[in-house]
Write a protein that binds this ligand. Structure first.
Ligand code: MF3
Ligand code: CO
Ligand code: CO
Length: 253
């Protein structure tokens, strides 16, 4: 399916949906502490989202039963909130998607629980920088492979690995649209980005191997993923508008 660029009015709606998601992520961040359960974080985001007039977009998406994804330690993405308490030294990615006025804003960040070891902190910083370097590659008619190439080069040099099979996506009138935005690739390969369309950049960065295991979520076609070696994985995500000269990050509070 060909990508249809957003018009001015639609861009305004995307900006509002993305701001909503970013503010919600900022809100829930304050609650990340030793002994809180991921289910409690889920409820906080659910209630907060509704209070803003937005819709929690993950809830019911392909049967996904929760509002957020909470990916703790070795969980790569789509971690399902449950009754497990966070403990000192954990890292947790919280992924928030808001639907507002028909448009989707998608953002995530990895947080630390209490005091975390230096290696985990380094992994988190590399994941954040990998996302930001990928975003800096964006300009109209560049290739998704340009983003993946820079991301993977940076992460590999820092001694970590990127997930190849899962990544960013087009977003706007739908939660997940074309193109696939990889965290590894070749310059000039993949799909071309067109002005006035949005994508997410959300590389998953692993401490060890890039191999992962798939785990089913009962009643849903969404799966969650864990590193094959049980080592840590970290991730940051922004929704970004491709403009006629470059890009604009939309998921800012
Ligand atoms: N927010 C995730 C992403 O970045 C998608 C979560 S889909 C869900 O694309 F169903 F697992 F919530
Ligand atoms: Co996304
Ligand atoms: Co997301």
């Amino acid at each position: 399916m060909a990508i249809v660029p957003l018009n001015k009015e639609e861009i305004k709606k995307m900006e509002a949906a993305c701001k909503n998601a970013a503010r919600t992520l900022e809100y829930v961040a304050k609650f990340v502490k030793v002994d809180i359960t991921t289910d409690e974080l889920d409820k906080i985001v659910h209630d907060y989202t509704l209070s803003t007039g937005a819709i929690p977009a993950c809830l019911g998406y392909h049967g996904y039963p929760k509002t957020i994804c909470t990916s703790v330690n070795q969980v790569v993405c789509h971690g399902l909130p449950d009754s497990t308490k966070l403990k000192e030294g954990d890292i947790i990615n919280i992924d928030v998607t808001s639907k507002l006025d028909g448009f989707f804003g998608d953002t995530s960040a990895t947080f630390t629980v209490g005091k975390v070891n230096a290696r985990a902190l380094d992994l988190i910083e590399v994941a954040r920088e990998a996302r930001d370097l990928g975003i800096e590659m964006i300009k109209p008619y560049c290739y998704t492979g340009d983003i993946g190439f820079e991301t993977n080069k940076f992460v590999t040099r820092r001694g970590y690995s990127t997930i190849k099979e899962i990544g960013g996506h087009g977003i706007g009138r739908n939660f997940h649209e074309e193109p696939f935005v990889p965290a590894a690739g070749k310059k000039g390969k993949g799909d071309q980005l067109i002005p006035w369309h949005c994508i997410t950049v959300e590389p998953m960065v692993n401490e060890g191997t890039d191999k992962f295991k798939e785990i089913a979520i009962p009643g849903s076609s969404i799966k969650f993923y864990e590193t094959a070696d049980g080592l840590l994985s970290a991730q940051f995500e922004h929704t970004v508008l491709v403009t006629d000269t470059g890009y604009e990050i939309l998921t800012v509070p």
